[in-house]
Design a protein around this ligand. Structure first.
Ligand SMILES: Nc1nc2c(ncn2[C@@H]2O[C@H](COP(=O)(O)OP(=O)(O)OP(=O)(O)O)[C@@H](O)[C@H]2O)c(=O)[nH]1
Ligand SMILES: [Mg+2]
Length: 212
């Protein structure tokens, strides 16, 4: 298993997510890379667009596998950006057609991942703007607040709503999320919009963790 070395963060404080390369897949926590450096996890409901967001962020279409069918990502997929920074594409939650056994495995494994992973620097919570926040999204937000983990909500698939309707959802979710310290933004994989705002949040999150 690869051992990552943490190099100083870049002078201008921004990371080149285009450098991301696939490192490994993990079905259990023991299969994850050594818990050093910093990582940002991409979590959210199945089919909200986690893998697609990763591909747009890294400007690499086929990096993470996407699918019209929910339940595509069934392992934790780890990408390395260089200088000890990793991105994790997590299996989605809330997908009923996955077997009970697999659902229990991921509920338990992701719970332990969030509770114990020292290198976890932040969470990008990806939602489908048409569904707004689901019960499990709210549980994630509350948990992040309690754990002091920075979290950024992407209201993805913003192209599915008119500009006005998307802005209204953004305002509402911003108000709701303020209490738990989460930031929120609109995003569209289809329109490639929101990438700079997401990158800036991630840069900030990685810098804060690096200097603490
Ligand atoms: N219109 C539109 N479709 C999107 C957007 N983002 C993702 N999709 C589509 O949504 C579907 C699911 O995308 P994925 O990236 O596979 O979703 P995921 O969250 O990784 O799904 P799981 O791995 O099953 O948890 C695909 O058909 C994507 O093309 C977006 O911003 N706009
Ligand atoms: Mg996926």
């Amino acid at each position: 298993m690869a051992v990552l070395i943490v190099a100083p963060h870049p002078m201008n404080g921004s990371y080149n997510y285009r450098q991301a390369e696939f490192l490994t897949s993990a079905h259990t926590l023991a299969q994850l890379p050594v818990d050093k450096g910093r990582e940002i996890a991409f979590a959210g409901r199945s089919n909200s667009g986690k893998s697609s967001v990763l591909n747009i962020l890294t400007d690499h279409k086929g990096l993470a596998r996407t699918s019209k069918t929910p339940g595509r990502t069934q392992t934790m997929n780890i990408y390395v950006v260089g200088d000890g920074v990793r991105l994790l594409d997590l299996p989605g939650y809330g997908f009923a057609r996955v077997s009970q056994k697999l659902r229990e495995h991921w509920a338990h494994t992701l719970n332990r991942y969030f509770m114990t992973r020292l290198s976890l620097a932040g969470l990008v919570l990806i939602t489908d703007i048409r569904r707004e926040l689901t019960g499990l999204d709210r549980v994630m937000l509350e948990w992040c607040e309690a754990a002091g983990l920075p979290v950024h909500v992407l209201l993805n698939k913003a192209d599915k709503l008119s500009h006005g309707a998307a802005s209204r959802v953004l305002n509402r979710i911003e108000r709701e999320s303020r209490s738990c310290g989460a930031s929120v933004q609109l995003f569209s994989v289809l329109k490639k919009s929101g990438v700079e705002e997401l990158s800036s949040w991630m840069d900030h999150c990685l810098r804060v963790q690096n200097s603490s």
